[in-house]
Write a protein that binds this ligand. Sequence first.
Ligand code: IPE
Ligand code: IPE
Ligand code: MG
Length: 255
Amino acid sequence: MPTDDRNNQESDSNNPRHIAIIMDGNGRWAQKRYMPRAVGHQAGVKAVRKIVEYCAKHKVEVLTLFAFSSENWRRPEAEVALLMALFMATLQREIDKLDRNNIRLRFIGDRSAFSDKLQQKMAEGEEQTKDNTSLTLVVAANYGGHWDMCQAFRKVAEKIAAGEFKNQAICEDLINQHLSTAGLPDPDLFIRTGGEQRVSNFMLWQLAYTELYFTSTLWPDFDQNSLEEAIKSFKSRQRRFGHTSEQVLNKSVNL
Ligand code: IPE
Ligand code: IPE
Ligand code: MG
């Protein structure tokens, strides 16, 4: 794990500030080796460590990792139990390390479905690392884009009912402020490993203008070189946000 903080890190304005990853393919990685899916998930945790290290070292501000979706409860009970145990064990082992490396940990998703013990560990991890100033590591656990929007709309509706503001105050900024990602920049680069080309209910609102990158590499095989490839692809693209290519090239607009 790197020890330098953001001020010492290399700076490149074309780098993505926020990278969001659907870490897919653990099961297939294991099956290819005639091993149980659990082994693939364990190998997936190792890949997470390397990618976090890379992002902390290279001026990435936010890394969001999709760890467990609101739909993953549909998996066989034994696999869900294994994933929960792995999540707990990983937090127990890694929180101090993240803290020592000045990394801020944050969770998004409906945590009320998790055991009390796990919820407590998640809260402890967030509390312990809340003042850290290097990478923000966002772990999406029991997360779904539909859930995120519903909970935001619910909070907004409650505030309107309480008279805090009127219907007319509803705008994109207001919704942003009530999403689970409030205060974070939207992802610049979305990566999905494992070959599927779908979003699977991940950050639906926040991905509006994100650059999408799909790779057939299975998550346990996704390493720092793979991430560099993805970042290289990102840097080769022209983001226009609705402007024309000429406007962007002339720098006559603020993106
Ligand atoms: C992603 O890998 C990890 C989780 C969803 C928790 P998968 O378990 O979906 O792996 P595949 O897609 O079956 O290979
Ligand atoms: C998406 O992967 C969720 C995570 C990686 C946590 P899935 O493997 O669950 O996605 P689908 O079901 O194939 O779309
Ligand atoms: Mg999958």
